[in-house]
Design a protein around this ligand. Structure first.
Ligand code: PRP
Ligand code: URA
Ligand code: MG
Length: 209
């Protein structure tokens, strides 16, 4: 799908298989999400702009590369996005974090906002929204609506599992926002869960069910 990158690396795919397994424990599930987030972070930041600086090694002064521009912002969609954010921050420890609380209404599947706290200058930064599940796409679309409303113009979306209908909806609503995912599943069930999926990511991350 145009604008959607499925990161097919064998290490990611192996870990996704473990995530899908209903016998995987809460602690392993959380560790796996964090590890996959690190690997996805490597891919989503591949094209970051760089600049050349001078650095003094023990032997000589040399030109060397550093990432240019303001520190980027990671935006976990609460709750389930938190473990993904932890993995992204393992690789980008200086990134800023904006928290966005959304839950799906179980009847309508609409995203309901309950919390938003972002850096004041978020509009000037590259923003990476993270949520393990892109199901109907309502949460991702609401999150990006919210961030664009705060003035953000440079956005990327990272998830573990994208359902094809959700990815299509997000691309249609926000064609300027590229998506990175570890896997794409074809369908949703009547309750809006991704099939085969991995179940409820928030519950499996935090052991709430
Ligand atoms: O694409 P959608 O149909 O909007 O579904 C995806 C959303 O559903 C899950 O969150 P949930 O509402 O279960 O909240 P939680 O993270 O607090 O468990 C998931 O983490 C996404 O945020
Ligand atoms: O399959 C799904 C869909 C939405 N949210 C989840 O946690 N899992
Ligand atoms: Mg959620």
């Amino acid at each position: 799908m145009d604008g959607v990158t499925i990161v097919g690396h064998p290490m990611i795919q192996h870990k996704v298989t473990l995530l899908r397994d209903k016998h995987t424990s809460v602690s392993l599930f959380r560790s796996l999400v964090r590890e996959i987030a690190m690997l996805l972070c490597y891919e989503v930041t591949r094209e970051l702009p760089t600049t050349t600086i001078q650095v003094e090694t023990p032997l000589a002064v040399t030109d060397a590369i550093e990432i240019a521009g303001k520190k980027l912002v990671i935006v976990p969609i609460l709750r389930a996005g938190l473990a993904l954010a932890d993995g992204m921050l393992d690789l980008l420890p200086s990134a800023r974090v904006a928290h966005l609380g959304l839950y799906r209404d179980h009847e309508t599947l609409e995203a309901i906002e309950y919390y938003f706290k972002a850096p004041e200058d978020i509009a000037e930064r590259l923003v990476i929204v993270v949520d393990p599940m892109l199901a109907t796409g309502h949460s991702a679309i609401a999150a990006i609506d919210r961030l664009k409303g705060a003035g953000v113009t440079n956005l990327r979306f990272v998830c573990l599992l994208a359902a094809r209908p959700g990815a299509e909806a997000l691309r249609a609503a926000h064609p300027d926002v590229p998506i990175w995912a570890a896997a794409m599943d074809e369908k949703l069930n009547e309750k809006g869960y991704i099939v085969p999926g991995l179940g409820d990511a928030g519950d499996r991350t935090f052991g709430t069910r």
